[in-house]
Ligand binder design. Structure first.
Ligand code: NAD
Length: 317
């Protein structure tokens, strides 16, 4: 029996044919959404007609969309974040939701360290100046023996902690759901949220976006950070109050920030883009050829398992 599978993400299968082949071999008929067009709820409902499974990027899988997707059995996020999927509605409707934990962690961890160095050494800003014939030799800061505060010690938080050790950084972590320091990283110290903010030279966010974490960094948290500290966000826009961040960066309450996620993507007209002490990237954390292949394979397997009547590889609870 042929199953229609909607692909609503730009990157699925773009660096390797493996995930596409897996779906074809399992008898799936792929429907590729044109991702250059805006993905409204109405468009998504239309695309989901007769579709049994969907592999999706950050598209609005709202209750309204899920309620109108009458043949849908499974949605696999093409990544780890599921903040764009209404999990409560999916559970009510019996639609399995799956994701790809850990499959993109190496790429996001690499980018996090890259952004830390980029902002601490002002790489994008001096690059822009040099192209305008300005030999502006900005004095930066080292990562060496600085304190890194990681909020959220999951796959990516761990990847960042491991890499930071290579820079001889002291690593503090805050994760209320991780009750002991992982055996492979005995040097890291588990502390309170307030302690991370108060003590870290670099604060890096690696938590999911949900009702508990939305705006977890606002005016009070930014004021609690050291004046010379940097805030790195390769997790999700929405974790940080962007107006408060703009104020803190403008008043130099913190030294700088580096962000790969924004409340509105793209962040057109955001005042943050006018500041020199923030480095911005367009949600590229997971965009490496290696990560895209690994995520694609897991997402395809999530779909295949479910369509065969089994559990997806990684069901989101
Ligand atoms: P993960 O599920 O492995 O880890 C998340 C960790 O956050 C868990 O250990 C959890 O206990 C912890 N956590 C949850 N609520 C918390 C809180 N209130 N305070 C502190 N810790 C809390 O996920 P991951 O693979 O490490 O990814 C983390 C996030 O990064 C994802 O949810 C996703 O939104 C984001 N992400 C972004 C990109 C990108 O392209 N920039 C790519 C992948 C993931």
């Amino acid at each position: 029996m042929t199953h229609k599978v909607l692909i609503a993400t730009r990157s699925f299968g773009s660096t390797s044919h493996k995930p596409v082949k897996m779906l074809h071999n399992a008898g799936c008929d792929l429907v590729n959404a044109d991702m250059s067009l805006e993905m409204t709820e109405e468009r998504l409902i239309d695309l989901l007609k007769g579709v049994a499974a969907a592999i999706v990027g950050v598209v609005p899988m709202t209750a309204y969309v899920l309620e109108n997707a009458h043949d849908l059995k499974v949605v696999s996020a093409h990544g780890v974040g599921v903040d764009h999927i209404d999990l409560v509605a999916a559970a009510r409707l019996g639609i399995a939701i799956a994701n790809c934990p850990g499959a993109n962690a190496a790429s996001v961890s690499d980018l996090t360290i890259g952004l830390m160095i980029a902002i601490a050494r002002n790489i994008p800003s001096v690059d822009r100046k040099l192209r305008q014939n300005q030999w502006g030799r900005h004095q930066g800061s080292e990562l060496f023996q600085k304190t890194l505060g990681i909020i959220g010690l999951g796959h990516i938080g761990m990847g960042v902690a491991k890499r930071a050790m290579g820079f001889d950084m002291k690593v503090l972590v805050h994760d209320p759901y991780v009750h002991s320091v992982p055996k492979e990283l005995p040097e890291i110290q588990s502390v309170s949220f307030e302690d991370v903010l108060r003590r870290a030279d670099f604060v890096s966010l690696h938590v999911p976006l949900n009702d508990e974490t939305r705006n977890m960094i606002g005016p009070a948290e930014l004021s609690a950070m050291k004046p010379g500290a940097y805030l790195i966000n390769t997790a999700r826009g929405g974790l940080v109050d962007e107006q408060a961040l703009f104020n803190a960066l403008t008043k130099r309450e913190i030294a700088g920030a580096a962000f790969d996620g924004f409340v509105h993507e793209p962040p057109t007209n955001s005042p943050l883009l006018g500041l020199d002490n923030i480095v911005v990237t367009p949600h590229i954390g997971a965009h490496t050829k290696e990560s895209i292949e690994r995520v694609g394979v897991v997402a395809a397997q999530n779909v295949i398992n479910t369509l065969k009547g089994k559990e997806p590889l990684y069901r989101v609870k």
